[in-house]
Design a protein around this ligand. Structure first.
Ligand code: 9D3
Length: 268
């Protein structure tokens, strides 16, 4: 897979892209990432990338010309042979909410172009006539699309064949199974008087699997009950959840470090 990223701040990408799984994927030539400074596609003496908004108002707007020219050049070089259009993705708070399903969808393409917007926003014609998709990574305010692009790249690249190597296969991920993960322990068996649950030391693999499954379901019910609607549960498991719900085990209350209780729903 090749990924082109258009940004006003290419230097922001150095850290994440030169470490860990992404670094290895690049070194193994499973992916290539090119960073393009939008400023390099300007023609005027001052390398102008933004301008005042028509109609007035505070804040500048990214000009269409440099972004159109950069994307058109990359498209021409790409020679897209796929039946589907080459994804040109604008990272913006107004985009569709990024999730594991979208990561999987994007991982099916051999080439992606990502455009990082900035606080000011972009000329609407970029959305209308250049971009094929708009993506947000969540309902909180970032200063630009760069961190969002890094999140998208990380989530997509680790799904590509061979990238994870010997590490856990992507289908084991909690967000792939639809449940949160079960509690994990390692040595020592007793730390500061806190023991590892006896079942995990039992050597009874069927019993361990049942315990982990039950813990994963219970944890999901307490922390992210909405995930259970889409999780793959057996009829028996679905029935036991209904019982837990009736007993109030999913009240969703969380307690912070000060013992203050609140609902666990994320309100904006
Ligand atoms: C004047 C700014 N805001 C008006 C309400 C809108 C705004 C525009 C651009 C707020 C933040 C940004 C910069 N953020 C992104 O470009 C961005 C983003 C985000 O802020 N949150 C989650 N996902 C993304 S993807 C790109």
């Amino acid at each position: 897979m090749h990924i082109d990223i258009l940004t006003l701040f290419p230097e922001m990408f150095g850290g994440p892209f030169n470490a860990s799984i992404l670094k290895r994927a690049v070194d193994q030539k499973r992916i290539s990432i090119s960073l393009h400074n939008i400023r390099d596609y300007t023609h005027d003496r001052h390398h102008t990338v933004d301008d005042y908004a028509y109609g007035g108002g505070a804040g500048m707007v990214l000009k269409p010309e440099p972004i159109f020219e950069a994307v058109e050049k990359l498209k021409a070089e790409s020679g897209n042979k796929e039946s589907r259009p080459l994804p040109v993705i604008l990272l913006t708070p107004q985009g569709r909410l990024f999730c594991q399903r979208i990561a999987r969808e994007l991982s099916q393409h051999s080439h992606l172009i990502l455009i990082c917007g900035h606080y000011e926003g972009v000329d609407e014609r970029i959305r209308q006539y250049l971009v094929t998709d708009e993506v947000s990574i969540g309902d909180y305010v970032l200063s630009g699309g760069e961190l969002a692009a890094m999140v998208v790249v990380d989530a997509v690249v680790r799904l590509l064949p061979g990238v994870l190597g010997s590490e856990a296969s992507p289908v084991d991920d909690s967000h792939a199974s639809g449940l949160l993960e079960y509690p994990q322990y390692t040595r020592p068996e007793v730390y500061r008087e806190w023991s590892v649950p006896e079942v995990l030391l039992s050597g009874n693999h069927a019993r361990i699997a049942r315990w982990r499954r039950q813990q994963a379901i219970q944890r999901t019910l307490q922390r992210r009950p909405e995930l259970l609607d889409k999780a793959n549960l057996s009829l028996k498991e679905a029935g036991s959840i209904d019982k837990l719900k009736e007993s109030g085990a999913n009240r969703g209350d969380v307690v912070n470090g000060y013992g203050i209780t609140s609902r666990s729903q994320n309100k904006p």
